[in-house]
Design a protein. Structure first.
Length: 468
């Protein structure tokens, strides 16, 4: 229904589109060379179709974004917002004949306030750059996706990104206090607040977080900050089965512990890391659990968690003595995805989140799916919040293997829903999971979400074909 209200500009109209854009933008901000625009076609997701953009625009100001949206509305041209294109669901993929609106040039940190504990930033600010900047003020911005050295705050907001620290500190949505958003028709709207509290009206800020650029273009964000915590210490626990490791996770969380990190790697992932980096992990390791604490006395916390791991059947528990040892223990986790890529050449990273109590069932189910489809599928998980990343390894040049990879991906998502989970914990829906979103939220849910889309974007020009 939304796609029917727009169409790609015909060849004779593209010149008019470019001329109209150039009327309010500097020449260097408007890219039309097909060899250049092709590099803005897609994000990092597999199996997601993408079209060729008519033009790529790189604005530097709010007014320039407003101009782009006014032109797009007048000409009925679709607009696809983009950040660093590190997404894994096709949410930033171009549609045929669209305007790609790349926000990477809007990369200023406008304000850092230690008193109010906020930062005000443009959408193109890189996550790691913000983290380092607030750290100089003794502050901390917790959301830390694995691509934090590349991904942008705007992209993080678009997909409601998470990261390794979610178990204690939560996801992006919990740190976005207010937004400036350019709507589809070019109007500028402010939502939310910069105060510690505020409940005036509907929470439109949270509505935009996770909307994948389908409701408006975020051009400024007010982000909440925390005091910088002490340096964390890490513990590694090896287990003879994934079930035992998941039992340890349940014991840790039921015991009231609040780790700053609680990550799990299954045997497939452990083997891949060993093969690539010679980490020295025992060949008998079926699961590796990493726990960290950034409390005033992390040693005591690690000792308590270590005892729980041993009670669950850990074969070895190794607590770090200092930050350097902690970083060494975390290396295996950081290398996981790179190591799995080396197994098959191409990876398809799922993002299924289940209740913590069903984490073991999910991992066992993935093992059965891997055997059924004759594929290598490794699981790494933010175990503390039940968010798993089953990673399907396959040869992209082998059609049969590609087909099996896609089928296995769908079965993993079905398993997640069966276990009371969700199809995505932090990567978003994009193109990849549109059908599965409809299954998860049901027909009434889809109807209401489309009604929200209609209210903000009646012409359906914002990131069409995504979500539903």
């Amino acid at each position: 229904m939304i796609m029917s209200r727009i169409q790609a500009p015909p060849d004779e109209a593209q010149g008019n589109l470019t001329d109209r854009l150039l009327a309010g933008l500097p020449a260097e901000a408007v890219l039309t060379d097909p060899d250049i625009t092709a590099s803005y076609t897609n994000d990092m997701a597999s199996f997601c179709p993408a079209g060729a953009p008519a033009v790529v625009v790189l604005p530097r100001t709010v007014e320039q974004v407003q101009h782009v949206m006014r032109v797009a509305t007048e000409l009925r041209v679709p607009v696809v917002p983009q950040g660093a294109r590190t997404g894994l669901s096709g949410g930033a993929n171009a549609t045929e004949g669209c305007v790609v609106l790349s926000l990477t040039k809007m990369d200023r940190i406008l304000e850092i306030s230690p008193v109010d504990r906020i930062a005000v930033v443009e959408p193109g600010v890189v996550n790691a750059a913000l983290s380092r900047a607030v750290g100089e003020h003794g502050l901390y911005y917790p959301p830390d996706p694995s691509s934090w050295e590349m991904c942008t705050i705007g992209g993080n907001i678009g997909t409601a990104s998470g990261g390794l620290c979610c178990v204690k500190y939560g996801v992006t949505a919990e740190y976005v206090l207010g937004l400036d958003v350019v709507l589809a028709d070019g109007r500028l709207m402010s939502t939310g607040r910069r105060t510690a509290k505020g409940v005036a009206g509907y929470d439109l800020t949270r509505l935009f977080v996770g909307s994948e650029g389908s409701l408006g273009i975020v051009v400024r964000a007010v982000l909440g900050l925390r005091p910088k915590p002490p340096q964390q210490l890490v513990l590694a626990a090896e287990f003879g089965s994934a079930a035992a490791a998941c039992d340890a996770v349940c014991r840790i969380m039921a015991g009231g512990h609040v780790p700053s990190l609680l990550e799990l790697m299954d045997r497939t992932t452990v083997k891949a890391v060993n093969d690539m980096a010679s980490m020295g992990l025992p060949e008998t390791t079926e699961a590796l659990l990493l726990a960290a604490f950034d409390t005033p006395d992390p040693t005591a916390d690690l000792a308590a968690v270590g005892a729980l791991c041993e009670a669950a059947g850990a074969t070895q528990v190794v607590p770090a003595d200092d930050a350097a040892e902690s970083e060494l223990l975390l290396q295996a986790r950081r290398l996981s995805l790179t190591a799995l890529e080396a197994v098959g050449g191409t990876t398809m990273i799922d993002d299924v989140c289940v209740p913590r109590s069903r984490l073991g069932d999910l991992i066992e189910g993935v093992e059965r799916i891997a055997e059924k489809f004759r594929l290598t599928i490794g699981v790494v998980a933010h175990a503390g919040d039940g968010n798993t990343h089953p990673t399907v390894c396959f040869d992209a040049q082998d059609p049969d293997e590609c087909a099996r990879a896609r089928e296995s991906f769908d079965e993993i998502m079905a398993l997640g829903l069966e276990l009371g989970g969700t199809i995505t914990g932090e990567h978003g829906v994009g193109v990849l999971k549109k059908e599965w979103l409809a299954r998860e939220i049901g027909p009434v849910g889809v109807e209401m979400q489309r009604a929200v889309k209609q209210a903000f974007d009646p012409l359906g020009i914002l990131n069409p074909g995504k979500l539903f």
